[in-house]
Write a protein that binds this ligand. Structure first.
Ligand code: AMP
Ligand code: MN
Ligand code: MN
Ligand code: MN
Length: 292
């Protein structure tokens, strides 16, 4: 049984539907995240690790202990229109074979990619980065650029994680290794097969022209995608408004999530986001029956 949530006006519910644990590139474990979410007044919480659902059962149990309403989540890495796009799945059955097999296939290439990143960084004069990054990894199947970034910060190469990405880990920079993730139909298909709702994560972060973004949204909707993140830790205040308009115009539901990775790294804490702009239809609009 989920905790009972006094539903009231869905717009005023503190939903945080995007964050990461040590099972991907977050710093806290699922129990620590649940406690933090509860302390911050989150009412509906989801754990959305990259390409991984192994933290979901622990997160659900911890959420229950704190009286938090919980939905199982995941953030799938997708290659689309020649770049990486993230698709969040909410309300998934984390035991569904189609989802589990799909996620396993996405994780498969990560280790070889990470070794390659180590080689590329060595050519740029930074040695031992692969081995160094591994020390920060909580889940051996999930080596991420973030782990390299933390290592380089601790080595004093850069002063913060953001600087590592700007100087080394983004397209065209010495440690960046292109990678083929899932296709958009695969990611949306796995989420839907597992009974979940697909959401385009942090649309403001992509280098897409307005026409390309509209094409992505059309394709996503044709595949059965339902939502788009409007209020996220990755968006500016202006982007909250522009993506709220976009969601309304395109008939997508709006999601809200901090994308919290860790206390000293993420500038937005769990649950510390403004409400969705008026007019948006929250992705959790019809979830009340889950929490009765
Ligand atoms: P990966 O899945 O290994 O490509 O790593 C992607 C993760 O890197 C994202 O989920 C973010 O946590 C992090 N990331 C990507 N770009 C940046 C950036 N510019 N600054 C800080 N973190 C970033
Ligand atoms: Mn991340
Ligand atoms: Mn993301
Ligand atoms: Mn994320």
């Amino acid at each position: 049984m989920n905790p009972v949530l006094d539903w009231g006006d869905p717009h005023r519910i503190n939903a945080d539907l995007h964050c990461h644990s040590v099972q991907s590139d977050g710093v806290l474990n699922p129990e620590e995240l649940a406690q933090r979410a509860a302390e911050q007044g989150v009412q509906i919480w989801s754990l959305t690790d990259h390409d991984e659902v192994s933290g979901v059962a622990r997160a659900r149990a911890a959420a229950k202990a704190h009286g938090l309403a919980f939905v199982a989540g995941v953030e799938i890495s997708v290659t689309c229109m020649a770049q990486t796009v993230h698709i969040v799945g909410l309300n998934v059955d984390e035991t569904h074979p189609a989802l589990l097999n799909g996620l396993e296939s996405v994780r498969e290439g990560r280790n070889a990619r990470a070794q390659d990143m180590g080689h590329q960084l060595a050519k740029a004069g930074i040695h031992g980065a692969y081995e160094g990054a591994l020390k920060y990894v909580g889940n051996p199947a999930l080596v991420s650029r973030t782990h390299f970034a933390r290592y380089l910060v601790d080595q004093g190469v850069c002063s913060d994680v953001r600087e590592v990405f700007t100087r080394f880990l983004t397209p065209g920079k010495p440690g960046y290794v292109p990678h083929d993730w899932a296709s958009l139909p695969e990611a949306v298909g796995w989420i839907r097969a597992a009974g979940g709702q697909a959401v385009i994560a942090h649309p403001g972060r992509y280098s897409l022209s307005p026409l390309q973004l509209d094409a992505l949204i059309d394709w996503f909707k044709a595949l059965g995608g339902e939502g788009i993140e409007v209020v996220t830790g990755s968006h500016t205040v202006d982007e909250y408004k522009s993506f709220a308009r976009k969601a309304l115009r395109c008939g997508l539901k709006a999601s809200r999530g901090s994308d919290f990775h860790g206390p000293n790294e993420s500038h937005v804490n769990l649950g510390q986001l403004p409400d969705l702009p008026d007019g948006c239809v929250p992705i959790w609009d019809n979830w009340s029956h889950r929490f009765q």
